[in-house]
Design a protein around this ligand. Structure first.
Ligand code: FE
Length: 213
């Protein structure tokens, strides 16, 4: 006569059978979600110099601050690109903001003694259209104590902040010494480090932005 089967060996068998039924369903459920077609632009710290109050002139042309003499410092540059979501859809209505120091390395900020050149707007904001495109007129960023050249970038949609990051200059020798740049992996570095190439009217940098929306 066979000994009675202990309950402890029956229960796991039932559990395992149930798992065989449930797990393929879960697996199919996961498979049913379309994979994102793009990788999100990495975020970076905001830094201490986001404007306390936005300047009266906060348009896309940082080389003209209100009625002041156009800013002649630095290397005039176009910084342009697109804003897409992870599925590759242009994010119409998103606002792109940039802020950066002037050619002398100073921000319009009390934390930096408000020493930036009055003719340099230092901050700009644009709303992207249906094509997702944005464009700023500014200068190639310059280094200041402890930092490689960078432009701060923020993306908002309505009241939500979707991204705060920093844009770097490809090939700048300061990048490899910059703590914030160094902490990015190779793929993320490539996403936020772009060439400032010679164009007809100064330099041009293209920075495509991808945000989870
Ligand atoms: Fe900065």
């Amino acid at each position: 006569m066979l000994p009675p089967t202990p309950k402890s060996t029956l229960l796991p068998r039932r559990t395992a059978a149930a798992a065989l039924v449930i797990m393929p369903a879960l697996w199919l459920g996961v498979r049913a979600q379309p994979a994102p077609v793009r990788r999100a632009t990495p975020s970076q710290t905001e830094g201490p110099f986001y404007p306390v109050a936005l300047p009266a002139d906060s348009d896309a042309d940082l080389l003209r601050n209100g009625s002041r003499t156009p800013y002649g410092g630095g290397q005039a540059s176009w910084v342009e690109g697109t804003v897409h979501d992870l599925d590759g859809k242009a994010l119409a209505g998103a606002q792109v903001e940039i802020w950066q120091c002037d050619e002398q390395g100073h921000y319009h900020h009390p934390g930096d003694g408000n020493r930036a050149d009055a003719g340099f707007q230092g901050f700009g904001r644009v709303t992207v259209g249906a094509d997702g495109r944005y464009r700023f007129r500014t200068i190639r960023p310059v280094p200041y104590t402890g930092r490689t050249p960078h432009i701060h970038v923020k993306v908002r949609l309505d009241r939500r902040e979707l991204l705060t990051t920093q844009l770097y200059v490809e090939g700048d020798p300061g990048n490899a010494r910059d703590g914030l740049w160094r902490r990015l992996d190779d793929i993320d570095r490539a996403a936020v480090t772009v060439p400032f190439e010679r164009a007809n009217d100064g330099l041009r940098a293209r920075f495509p932005i991808v945000v989870p929306a």
